[in-house]
Every structure is written in C-alpha cells, then in structure tokens.
Design a protein around this ligand. Sequence first.
Ligand code: IMP
Ligand code: MG
Length: 180
Amino acid sequence: MPIDTSSQLRVLFTRQQIATRVAELGAQITRDYAGETVVLVGVLKGACLFLSDLARNIGLDATFDFIGVSTYGAGKLSSGEVRLTKDVDTPLQGKNVIVVEDILDTGCTMTYLTKVLQAAQPKSLRIAALLDKPSRRQKPIQADYFGFKIPDEFVIGYGMDYAERYRNLPDICVLASNEQ
Ligand code: IMP
Ligand code: MG
C-alpha cells in the first residue's frame, strides 16, 4: 500500500507478528479473567486497531468503551500535559476494567488515565499496551499486558500516527528521523 513514497518507513513488526502476539495476549486475558466479565476501555485513537483485534481474541463476556486524551501536538514531541477529551459512556463501578493503549512512552498519559478510571471505582483495573518504550519512562507505571518492548524510536502504523497520518498501515513501522 504506497501511502507516501517520500517517507522513510522501516517495518519493525509485521502484521503476522502483531497478529500472533495479540492472540497470545487475548489468550492470557481469557485465562486470567476466566468466569468474569471485562470492560475494554480503548484510548482513542491509537488503540482502536489493537482493541478490535485483541477483543476478537478474548473468549469472555466483554464490552467496549472508549476514552479520549490529548497529549501530543501535531508532531512527535509531547507537551507532557494530559487532557481528557472524551470520558467513558458507561458506568465502570464494580467492573473489571482493562485499559487498552497503543504505547506506553513517558507514562504520563497512563498515570493520568489510571487516576481518572480508579475514581470510577472499578472492581479491578489493568493496563494492556501493545508497545512499551521503557527507556522513555518518566512515571513509575507498567503494563499488566504488553505486546512488545521497543527502543526509543518513533513508530507509526497499526493505529499509531504521525500528525494523524499512517494509522491505517497494517504493519508497525519506524518513521526515519529525517521526518521530524
Ligand atoms: P506517554 O504519555 O508519553 O506515555 O504517551 C503515550 C501516548 O503518546 C501514546 O498513547 C501515543 O499516542 C503517543 N506516542 C508515544 N510514542 C509514540 C510513537 O512512537 N508513535 C506514535 N505515538 C506515540
Ligand atoms: Mg495514544
């Protein structure tokens, strides 16, 4: 799928590698919550594709909700500030909530979100992040379920964007640094 031939893209994880890992995460969640119901709360917009694939690999009674935050501006640099742009639509009190996120980077977004979601008094709250960049962490937060640990590189595709583009790439790619 040629999107922009002037962009420098290097594939980091192929769609097959992603599918295999997401299936493993779904199986793990299915085992961990056996006999329970779960609410998957996707963080817009980056986690949409991960949530839709993960959900199909979870063999439990599950519902979806979505939450919106804004951290990054139009480019790659984070302002460090997190703002809620959309709250969940359903009550989470007494529910097993799994926040589904594309990538844990500095941890600022997830630290903020766990506070917001804990305030709704769920029965349990866990984090599923497709990618983890541990070297960038500023807050002491970890994912309960993660797909892949990656080095400090800016990635796009499979839901993740650079200035809103590339979310529809089926593979996870690194955007070359001359794109900054
Ligand atoms: P954090 O608050 O620094 O952990 O940032 C988390 C959010 O930043 C993620 O949900 C992504 O939306 C975005 N982000 C962080 N790293 C990348 C990247 O490499 N590519 C695309 N988005 C990223
Ligand atoms: Mg995000």
